[in-house]
Design a protein around this ligand. Structure first.
Ligand SMILES: C[S@@+](CC[C@H](N)C(=O)[O-])C[C@H]1O[C@@H](n2cnc3c(N)ncnc32)[C@H](O)[C@@H]1O
Length: 470
């Protein structure tokens, strides 16, 4: 963020409206479990912030949330009582101040004064002394100096150092390290640490907005004419380099194109392009909400005169699937139901997507708060459902048909471990090499499953295993 003189001005009596909006958004995320992107977009609209003010507010919110755990480690050294004893609203103000002092080019004097003024207006005069004192302490060191103060040295504990320096919970770093060491597309021996560092850095960069032209309804030229650049591998993908509101593009507004990460497009295309002999008209999306992949699959099966059935247990998410399918011709069905309890006969489908609920650790770039909200227990708790859904997907596909097991997480306990466990109990299904279904995509390793990475492919960390029913 560049130095913005209006933000570096002398102390104000009234709180800066942009910082106030940022603070309110952060409160809704940390106290009420809101999703930063949704809450922020609404708050920017309600406060009519645009241009530089909107960009400043976005950086305040995203940066503060992304770096939360690291700032807490610094704050714990700067406050005389345990952080857990601080009022949560005060802690959020301190985190917001720390972000401006350590990661944005805001003048320290201005940052502290603005936060004191904001404290006075939001929490009353009594709290201003503590905020002033703590933020002055924070301002006495640079980010690197703070990291050396609180983190283990890289020689002592490299992953512990990276957890602080790159703002990821330690358990997440351990999982990424495992995936990069022995998962599909593992880094060459000795390279895993460098890869891990690149991955963590990529997670701290906001992703570019990628669009998918729905086959038969829009083509890439139309998106390019609207200012997008063709994506690297998806024949339907285009990137809005400068960001901006995708809804202004007519094809997106009318549902002929959608916003979809290139990795999500690639896994759906991979399922659609696996070789299947015989009938190929009945496709199932077993975990469909909100329906990004359903839309791409429905458009593709429509070109084969076929039909997509999409299943989603949550009514409001099933509505989102319907809305995503609204522009796609054909007799596609959206069922509100539990994918582990099929209401259709076994072997009804030629292709099945099981894009199972997961920790989402592959999409940390787009969800700034997610890394601190998820816990290792989430991964453990999701496991039985993931296994049951893959099992049900295999039962739902006919002999000779294929299942794509997909997660937007590279955590080994959600990817290979699930596939191995399910296949070890079934003698009617086996794993196939999925790499040829990703033509031209580099660095897919030894297979047979595929792991995409933000730092290698610029996509979310999508995982795909291709299972064929015998
Ligand atoms: C990773 S998301 C799917 C994303 C979707 N394929 C897309 O591209 O938009 C997983 C979905 O599975 C749904 N889900 C949860 N439990 C389920 C179950 N028992 N059966 C089917 N779907 C389930 C969740 O509600 C969520 O919408």
């Amino acid at each position: 963020m560049s130095d913005r003189s209006p933000r570096n001005r002398a102390p104000q009596l009234k709180a800066d409206p942009v910082r106030r909006v940022a603070y309110k958004v952060i409160r809704q995320v940390t106290a009420e479990g809101g999703y930063a992107n949704l809450v922020l977009n609404k708050a920017l609209r309600d406060a009519r912030l645009s241009g530089r003010d909107a960009a400043f507010c976005t950086e305040l919110v995203h940066g503060t949330l992304r770096w939360q755990g690291t700032y807490d480690a610094f704050l714990a050294r700067s406050v005389s009582r345990p952080l857990a004893d601080l009022d949560p609203e005060l802690l959020d103000l301190l985190r917001l101040g720390a972000h401006q002092l350590l990661n944005m080019r805001v003048d320290s004097y201005a940052a502290v004064n603005e936060m004191v003024t904001l404290t006075r207006s939001e929490l009353g005069q009594k709290r201003t002394g503590l905020v002033n004192a703590v933020l002055r302490k924070i301002s006495q060191r640079t980010l690197d100096q703070w990291i050396s103060t609180v983190a283990p040295t890289p020689e002592e504990d490299l992953l512990g150092f990276l957890a602080v320096a790159d703002a990821h919970p330690r358990w997440v770093i351990d999982a990424f390290d495992r995936a990069l060491t022995d998962g599909p597309g593992a880094a060459p021996p000795g390279e895993a640490v460098r890869e891990l560092e690149r991955l963590l850095a990529a997670d701290n960069d906001p992703p570019r907005v990628t669009l998918a032209a729905r086959p038969g309804l829009a083509d890439l030229d139309e998106l390019v004419a609207a200012g997008a650049t063709p994506a690297r591998w998806s024949p339907y993908g285009a990137v809005l380099e400068g960001g901006g509101d995708p809804g202004r593009i007519e094809a997106v507004a009318t549902g002929r194109a959608g916003v979809q990460d290139e990795g999500s497009q690639l896994v759906a295309i991979a399922l659609a392009s696996a070789k299947v002999d015989g009938d190929d008209t009945q496709w199932l999306d077993l975990c469909a909400g909100p329906g990004g992949k359903s839309a791409l699959l429905a458009a593709l099966v429509q070109q084969r005169d076929g039909q997509l059935t999409a299943v989603e247990p949550l009514k409001h998410r099933a509505e989102l699937v319907r809305s995503n399918l609204r522009a796609i011709p054909g007799d596609h069905k959206v069922l509100v139901g539990d994918g582990t309890k099929p209401t259709w006969p076994a072997g009804s489908f030629d292709r099945v997507l099981a894009d199972v609920p997961c920790s989402g650790l592959g999409a940390l770039r787009r969800r700034p708060e997610a890394r601190w909200r998820r816990t290792p227990e989430d991964v453990v708790e999701l496991r039985p459902l993931q296994e049951a859904l893959l099992d049900s997907a295999i039962t739902s596909v006919r002999p000779g048909g294929v299942v794509a097991y997909v997660t937007c997480s590279p955590h080994p306990d959600e990817t290979r471990a699930v596939v191995d466990a399910v296949l070890s109990r079934r003698d009617d299904a086996s794993l196939e090499d999925a790499r040829p279904l990703f033509p031209d995509v580099p660095d897919l390793g030894e297979g047979p499953d595929v792991q995409l990475w933000p730092h290698v492919h610029g996509t979310d960390a999508m995982y795909l295993a291709l299972v064929r029913r015998s």
